[in-house]
Ligand binder design. Structure first.
Ligand SMILES: Nc1ncnc2c1ncn2[C@@H]1O[C@H](COP(=O)(O)OP(=O)(O)O)[C@@H](O)[C@H]1O
Ligand SMILES: [Mg+2]
Length: 220
């Protein structure tokens, strides 16, 4: 069996959309027939609680394992992803947290959600620096910025703004600001479970999945 691809989702601070991106990506990958495992690196345990909020009749489509000890990241990933094709790492809301840096040493792909607002663009500089540093010694590490909470009226402009500011590439897919993304956290699921209310959001996640699979070097 092929080695599972490891995708870390990180940002400088909370609120950029790491957990949202992780959980929706998990849902989208499962819909494409991938087996997904999630490792929750955040002491605030957002991903774990999210999955726990799911009803017993509609469990979250991927298992979430909490990282108990940042020093044991490699072993935790290996154990959690034994039967997975893709392992998603939901990072703590800080690049100073040791698990964030450690995740970059285990990952094939790093995704950085960026809200196109001046404060977020500015704080993303620090994450970018960290990723570029790790890439200097780990040539195989792919990374991309993912515009999140994009206002639909602004889409093209917001994405251009993100591209202009950074050395890292901007992924060819983004997530808009949508109630469906917040709503699915409440019900412990993904936008795919929301019926018509989640349809547009689901199409965005589908595109995201295709772009992320391309980054991992796999055929979507
Ligand atoms: N695209 C989006 N549309 C609407 N709400 C969003 C979107 N992305 C994130 N949110 C909301 O923003 C908050 C922070 O998102 P979260 O994924 O928890 O960020 P992080 O994990 O980076 O701290 C949550 O309440 C989440 O529901
Ligand atoms: Mg989070």
């Amino acid at each position: 069996m092929a080695k599972p691809k490891v995708v870390t989702v990180l940002s400088q601070k909370g609120g950029a959309g790491k957990s949202t991106l992780t959980m929706q990506l998990a849902g989208g990958l499962v819909r494409r027939g991938r087996r997904v495992a999630i490792v929750d690196l955040d002491p605030q345990e957002t991903a774990s609680r999210w999955a726990q909020a799911a009803a017993a009749t509609a469990p979250f489509p991927a298992a979430v394992t909490r990282l108990e000890d940042a020093a044991a990241l490699r072993q935790t990933i290996r154990a959690a992803g034994r039967d997975a094709d893709v392992i998603l790492l939901d990072c703590p809301p800080s690049i100073e947290h040791p698990a964030t840096l450690a995740s970059l040493h285990e990952a094939d792909v790093a995704l950085v959600p960026v809200v196109p607002s001046p404060a977020d663009l500015w704080s993303t500089k620090g994450v970018e620096r960290l990723i570029l540093q790790v890439q200097a010694s780990r040539k195989g590490l792919k990374a991309a910025l993912v515009p999140n909470r994009v206002l639909r009226t602004n889409l093209a402009w917001d994405v251009l703004e993100v591209m202009r500011e950074f050395t890292l590439p901007v992924l060819g897919a983004s997530l808009s600001q949508r109630n469906a993304f917040a709503q699915s956290a409440v019900v412990g699921g993904t936008v795919y479970q929301l019926g018509r209310a989640g349809a547009e959001a689901g199409r965005e996640v589908d595109k995201l999945v295709v772009e992320v699979l391309k980054l991992t070097g796999e055929k979507p």
